[in-house]
Write a protein that binds this ligand. Structure first.
Ligand code: IPM
Ligand code: MG
Length: 358
């Protein structure tokens, strides 16, 4: 199969983790006999530097033409006081909207090898296997009116029925192939938009009689994630709540550098590790690339339907974790591995896994 993929390294550690992920893609193509058609584009702070805008038209066009896009990270401290529309993050938000990738899937798994990397007690995190389905193209991030003026700042959290419905169906369909439980997270004790969200989700629930639906308030959900994370299977929530709760997922998985994500719509797929650009360690070849590499596995599965390849890649990640050749955030055995070394190790483990399977 020919895999036409756009790489958007972006800012900070986005560059090195995307490089490592691209190496792994090459290893997948070689091992399984696929061809790669890779292109690269500008997004975020680097795009502002080179073109004046965070999402150049050319990048948008490249993403529309590609089968899938792999993004590294966006954000640079020099833009900290810039208005939202002129920040690197605006590029990513514009891209999500342009591709209409309304559902962001963020799996949170505690690998047994990483149990000591989590600051939480072993018995709490052991066995965590949940997926956060974050609505990605609506809510507070995009709501109008918004602005700063007359001594006030304001944003709007708004959802249409259609927006809630499509992401809810995505969550239930995922749950069907998992442990058949959806926890919808909202703030319906305070917000009308959450009451509406809860109402629409409740209307859809009965269409999936095999899946259990529960509702949880977001403050309680944050606590439950660290108290008893194994209770969750699929967690469905709106854009901002999903952004916040998924960072807690980093604590469960041992490091936020571990978390991959897939942003899906009707046709396009954008794959992005959950972590940010981490300017403090950028360019030092020490960032954990496994979130980006896990996002490649998600891409193989969701965009290309290459389930075997995705499984082999996830198994290779597991082997590298077990070997202890990991980056500094994960309590390595001995000297920490570099970003590049982890990518190479995953590629090698993949080739071996493939040989063993034959
Ligand atoms: C994430 C990030 C982004 C978001 C930022 C970089 C705009 O935090 O993907 O979680 O808030 O969606
Ligand atoms: Mg975030």
């Amino acid at each position: 199969m020919n895999l036409k993929i756009l790489l958007l390294p972006g800012d900070g550690i986005g560059v090195e983790v995307t490089n490592a992920a691209a190496d792994v893609l090459k290893a997948v193509a070689k091992t399984f006999g696929h061809t790669l058609d890779l292109s690269e584009g500008l997004l975020g702070g680097i795009a502002i530097h080179k073109t004046g805008v965070p999402l150049p038209e050319e990048t948008k066009n490249l993403a529309m033409q590609a089968d899938a896009t792999l993004m590294g990270a966006v954000g640079l401290p020099e833009f900290d006081t810039a208005p939202p529309s002129q920040r690197p993050e605006a590029g990513l938000l514009g891209l999500r909207k342009a591709l209409d990738v309304f559902a962001n899937l963020r799996p949170v798994v505690t690998y047994p090898e990483l149990i000591e990397s989590s600051p939480l007690k072993n018995h709490v995190v052991s066995g965590t296997d949940m997926i956060i389905v974050r609505e990605l193209t609506g809510g507070l991030y995009y709501g109008q009116p918004r602005g700063i003026g007359n001594n006030r700042g304001f944003n709007t959290m708004s959802y249409t029925r259609a927006e809630v419905e499509r992401v809810t169906h995505m969550a239930f369909k995922l749950a069907r192939n998992r442990r058949k439980k959806v926890t919808s997270v909202d703030k319906s004790n305070v917000l009308e938009v959450s009451q509406f969200w809860r109402q629409v989700v409740s209307e859809i629930g009965p269409q999936y009689p095999d899946v259990q639906l529960e509702h949880m308030l977001v403050d309680n959900a944050a606590m439950q994630m660290v108290l008893r994370p194994t209770q969750f299977d699929v967690m469905l929530t709106e854009n901002t709540f999903g952004d916040i709760l998924s960072d807690i997922g980093g604590i469960l998985a041992g490091s936020i550098g571990m978390l991959p994500s897939a942003s899906l719509g009707a046709t396009k797929g954008l794959y992005e590790p959950v972590h940010g650009s981490a300017p403090d360690i950028a360019g030092q070849n020490k960032a954990n690339p496994l979130g980006a590499i896990g996002s490649v596995a998600a891409m193989l599965e969701y965009t290309f339907g290459l389930v075997k390849e995705a499984q082999a890649l996830n198994a290779a990640i597991g082997k590298v974790l077990a070997s202890g050749r990991v980056t500094a955030d994960l309590r390595p055995k001995g000297t920490p591995a570099t970003t590049q070394e982890v990518g190479e190790a995953v590629g090698q483990a993949l080739a071996l896994t493939r040989v063993e399977a034959i």
